[in-house]
Design a binder for this molecule. Structure first.
Ligand SMILES: *Cc1c(COP(=O)(O)O)cnc(C)c1O
Length: 480
């Protein structure tokens, strides 16, 4: 496929920039660039075809099954996009007088109220731009809490080994030392190890629940009690809220703060680096440390309050507002029953697919799972030489996006599948047949799978090279 620069021909252009609506200013001519600006010059139809061709080369939820574990690649209803594209939401500016954007503030306020109800928290900020950013913000809440009490010994954050990889990274970025606790044989937190890990230096615990094995920790109340008794706070990684929303609330399990991934659970497409939102909720006693600008309502309307001992800002303005519009649309269109039904079906679908595959693949922890489950292809690899990577690449030939590979780290040759609630039983059956077929192929013709995918434009890029030395610039020839 040709790049836009290669399609470019001199003077072939189109004018898509609308007339300027604001006053023009005079500037010093010497500030003008001296050399030619090498923008590609193509016609509108060529541009349209170029991007359509690019879109065809990617696999999205609208192309087929996308069971990428820990990512909740569900179908996002079109109505959410439509709501977020209304001019009253898109043609506004955060520096506009608040009296002129009351509707937008009401959206944030209503969404905050509903998410507080879903999580069992007392307040919430929409500033963080994504999940990991929310974790970082939540950890700063914990740090401010201990600092305000003059307790500077608390430097450790406890992170179970079944946590999402961002948890230890965020704790470390927020200036804490990470203490790892292992999982027990059932995939939950090892309670004895936790008891040994807590102490006067414990700032808090970060728990991914359901964890990256797709398991809900049955000892959750004991876990939060142990941490609280040691004087630490409990942080809930709520990126997997799709498994529990409408049924249980982290606030009722003893958690002090939480982040959500609106872009996973609440109706925003993601996966291409698109806009995210990682709102952070907290209990009453942490409210005063929230980032600047918490949306609120009083007699004169909607506005922002400045928390008394705020941590400042973690992002410009008020976060990715349009994602909040989508989340509110999503919650309101599902309603109280629908929210619960969505998570119940996500769990049902995961258990169905897991049980369809059980006789053919080893399930890492053979328990009832939540919204996702993990297979271990260790024995298949020993037997046939076919790895988790080979099976994942093979699934591409059948129009399935590969599951998450080699994660969580505590499972060898891991494949993590999260089907989500929006897939039909027929799609799950079809996917199960494909994975079963791939296993047969592994036994019959392992070499075929070592070279998979065979029907994609790109087969096996050097992933390390692509990540370490990406080519992101077009180099012009000398004549240009
Ligand atoms: C996706 C995810 C995160 C990180 O969210 P980002 O928006 O990608 O930063 C954190 N925790 C869990 C459990 C997740 O699944």
């Amino acid at each position: 496929m040709k790049l836009l620069f290669e399609l470019s021909r001199d003077n072939r252009k189109m004018d898509l920039i609308p007339p300027c609506e604001v006053e023009t200013v005079q500037y010093d001519e010497s500030l003008l660039r001296q050399d030619k600006l090498n923008l590609p010059q193509v016609s509108e139809v060529d541009l349209s075809r170029h991007y359509t061709e690019l879109a065809k080369q990617a696999h999205g939820v609208n192309d087929g099954f996308y069971p990428l574990g820990s990512c909740t690649m569900k179908y996002n209803p079109r109505i959410d996009e439509e709501a977020a594209s209304q001019p009253g939401f898109t043609q506004i500016h955060p520096l506009q007088p608040l009296s002129t954007v009351q509707g937008a503030l009401e959206v944030m306020y209503q969404c905050k109220q509903l998410l507080m109800e879903i999580t069992g928290m007392d307040d919430m900020t929409f500033q963080p731009a994504a999940g990991a950013h929310g974790e970082y913000t939540g950890l700063l809440l914990i740090r401010k809490y201990h600092q305000a009490r003059g307790d500077d010994k608390r430097v450790n954050i406890i992170v179970p080994d079944s946590a999402h990889g961002t948890n230890p990274a965020s704790a470390s970025m927020a200036g804490f030392k990470v203490i790892n606790v292992p999982s027990n044989e059932k995939g939950g937190v090892d309670i004895e190890a936790l008891k040994n890990a807590v102490g006067e230096d414990t700032a808090g615990l970060m728990l991914t629940n359901p964890n990256t094995l797709g398991l809900f920790d049955p000892n959750i109340l004991e876990i939060t009690r142990i941490v609280h008794e040691a004087g630490g706070l409990c942080y809930y990684d709520g990126a997997n809220m799709n498994a529990i929303m409408g049924t249980v609330r982290p606030g009722d399990m003893g958690f002090d703060c939480i982040h959500l991934n609106l872009h996973k659970t609440f109706g925003t497409p993601h996966g291409g680096g698109g806009p995210g939102s990682g709102p952070v909720g907290c209990k009453e006693f942490l409210k005063e440390y929230l980032p600047l600008g918490v949306v609120d309502k009083n007699m004169s309307g909607y506005g922002f309050i400045q928390p008394a001992d705020t941590m400042g800002m973690v992002r410009s303005f008020y976060g990715n507002f349009l994602v909040v519009v989508k989340a509110l649309t999503y919650i309101k269109s599902l309603g109280r029953e629908g929210i619960k039904e969505a998570s119940s079906n996500a769990v049902l679908n995961a258990n169905y697919l897991m049980n369809r595959l059980k006789g053919y693949y080893d399930v890492a922890y053979d328990e009832i799972c939540m919204h996702e489950f993990v297979l271990s292809l260790d024995s298949l690899k020993h037997e046939t030489g076919v790895s988790a990577m080979d099976i994942a690449k093979g699934s591409l030939d059948y129009g399935i996006h590969p599951p998450t590979m080699y994660f969580p780290l505590i499972v060898h040759e891991a494949l993590m599948l999260e089907p989500t609630e929006t897939e039909s039983r027929e799609t799950l059956d079809e996917a199960a047949e494909i994975f079963i077929k791939l296993r047969e192929l592994a036994k019959e013709d392992p070499h075929y799978l070592h070279d998979a995918p065979h029907n994609c434009l790109i087969s096996r890029p050097d992933e390390v090279e692509a990540a370490r030395k990406p080519i992101l610039r077009y180099e012009f020839g000398n004549d240009q």
